[in-house]
Design a protein around this ligand. Structure first.
Ligand SMILES: NC(=O)c1ccc[n+]([C@@H]2O[C@H](COP(=O)([O-])OP(=O)(O)OC[C@H]3O[C@@H](n4cnc5c(N)ncnc54)[C@H](OP(=O)(O)O)[C@@H]3O)[C@@H](O)[C@H]2O)c1
Length: 259
């Protein structure tokens, strides 16, 4: 019997091996769930919350998908190296990589000591770079390999507070374009830049009714994003539908940059 179009689409990641850093919680978790539903085998990266990572893996296995949790602190290059070695022992290749693990610190310039500037850049920018570089041998062994970096609307649209975070995300976006050039045609590299998404990262913000309203009113689509809003964009950039797309950063931001 022919497979209906939408069913084909829903299994678009069948058999593809994908590492999602920061897969234990928030946006990364929703991305991993979305990829799992589409048939991917998902390596779930985490650093502290082993329970969350393992509950996700159980959930993936329970729905007939496949996954495994891998711990690594992205701010420590030797741990990133070991992470990719262990993912390599697990499946021997990567068809997709999503660099989603990250932290946010919201101080303005005078409240940002060098230690905080460094902390954020080490995780969000250097950690993403180290992950892609160390993943390259596995990606080159993969089928139609693709990388998706996770930036933020704040990587290109400045806001007051969080200067280190915004600088790191701007770096992630240019890194994405440079890697897209350097790694073509073997590996496609794109980014996704979410707007304000309700997760633990900004709990203080979305639980504050004034700030909640401030963000909703400043967003043309009139709402905060949910983690589930990001997965389909990442799946598109990892999958066959984007085979001629590289070097773009796709906003999933409710139209914030429109002003
Ligand atoms: N939420 C937003 O509005 C928003 C908007 C734009 C972009 N983003 C980006 O989306 C990504 C995920 O954010 P989120 O909102 O989902 O945050 P979250 O709910 O706080 O989740 C952060 C994830 O990153 C992992 N992580 C944090 N530090 C790490 C480290 N040093 N090494 C390895 N993994 C680390 C965490 O692992 P554990 O569970 O083990 O702690 C967790 O899986 C980040 O890159 C963030 O900048 C978020």
């Amino acid at each position: 019997m022919p497979v209906p179009g939408n069913q084909r689409e829903s299994r678009s990641m069948a058999g593809r091996v994908v590492l999602v850093t920061g897969g234990s919680r928030g946006i990364g978790r929703a991305i991993a769930q979305d990829l799992g539903k589409a048939g991917a085998e998902v390596a779930v990266g985490y650093v502290h919350d082993r329970k969350a990572a393992e509950s996700l893996v159980s959930e993936l296995i329970g729905t007939g998908a496949s996954g495994r949790a891998f711990r690594a602190d992205l701010s420590r290059p030797p741990e990133v190296r070991r992470l990719l070695a262990r993912v390599g022992s697990w499946r021997g290749r990567l068809d997709g990589l999503v660099t989603c693990g990250g932290i946010y610190r919201g101080a303005t310039v005078e409240g940002t000591p060098a230690s905080e500037w460094e902390e954020v850049l080490r995780v969000d920018l250097i950690g993403s770079f180290e992950t892609v570089r160390e993943a390259l041998p596995l990606l080159r062994a993969g089928r139609d390999p693709a990388v998706v970096t996770i930036s933020s609307v704040l990587g290109s649209h400045p806001a007051i507070g969080g200067v280190a975070y915004q600088a790191a995300k701007a770096g992630v976006e240019q890194m994405t374009r440079v890697l897209a050039r350097e790694l073509a045609p073997a590996v496609r590299v794109n980014g996704v830049a979410p707007g304000f998404i309700r997760t633990d990262l900004n709990r203080g913000g979305h639980e504050d009714p004034h700030y909640h309203r401030f963000v909703s009113e400043g967003t043309p689509l009139g709402r905060w994003g949910e983690p589930e809003d990001v997965g389909p964009a990442v799946r598109f950039l990892l999958g066959p539908g984007s085979r001629n797309v590289t070097g773009v950063v796709l906003g999933v931001d409710g139209g914030i940059p429109l002003g």
